[in-house]
Design a protein around this ligand. Sequence first.
Ligand SMILES: Nc1ncnc2c1ncn2[C@@H]1O[C@H](COP(=O)(O)OP(=O)(O)OP(=O)(O)O)[C@@H](O)[C@H]1O
Length: 228
Amino acid sequence: MILMEDVYKTYPNGVAALNGINVDIKQGEFVYIVGHSGAGKSTFIKLIYREEKPTKGNIIINEIDLSKLKERKVPYLRREIGVVFQDFKLLPRLTVYENVAYALEVIEETPKGIRTRVMEVLEEVGLKNKARFLPAELSGGEQQRVSIARAIVNRPRIVIADEPTGNLDPETSWGIMKTFEEINDKGTTLIMATHSKEIVNTFKKRVIAIEDGVIVRDEQRGEYGYEV
Ligand SMILES: Nc1ncnc2c1ncn2[C@@H]1O[C@H](COP(=O)(O)OP(=O)(O)OP(=O)(O)O)[C@@H](O)[C@H]1O
């Protein structure tokens, strides 16, 4: 569950990125965050995984009140949240297998357990046969699949994707959306910021539109709603 109550974020340079956000996202929902460039989408997302802190207001993630979360406990929160970026952010010198294994929290995992889990997620994203490849040897869509595998390897309850198809062609983006739907079907909450009218209007989900740091629209099975 993700709950925000009257959340404001002003950056140190004085830019007011969010100006009173109220939102309630239940476990298992699939939500698009839409809005013009600079509207506050990335800031909204960064507040969820504690990359940024709010200037004012309450944020509760999976029963954790972030205002009361001690710095040393932040890793516990991060374990519950997988993040996927537009530019993949893979480690270039590690293989596909190593990129995913590296992200796996190795608590109580035997080497065999690690191998089983990594191969399981690589199969889930359709990359089992590319385990030994380096990121540079993969297409953009395949690299994004590695980053999705890395995001889900710890079985987080929430997956956040900030413009995940921004660098991909439409056909590849479609495949990525199918993978996100499969992850969501298993009960994982999915939050995705996007500028893609085609995706939002094709794969119908809840749509939250942000303008100048406030939510101006929140619809179940909504439309993209902007001209592109
Ligand atoms: N670290 C930062 N320091 C100062 N200002 C920032 C910072 N990050 C974002 N901003 C400002 O906050 C506002 C909202 O930015 P944000 O990145 O959240 O928008 P966005 O909707 O994600 O945009 P885009 O679609 O272009 O990614 C913008 O005016 C931006 O310049």
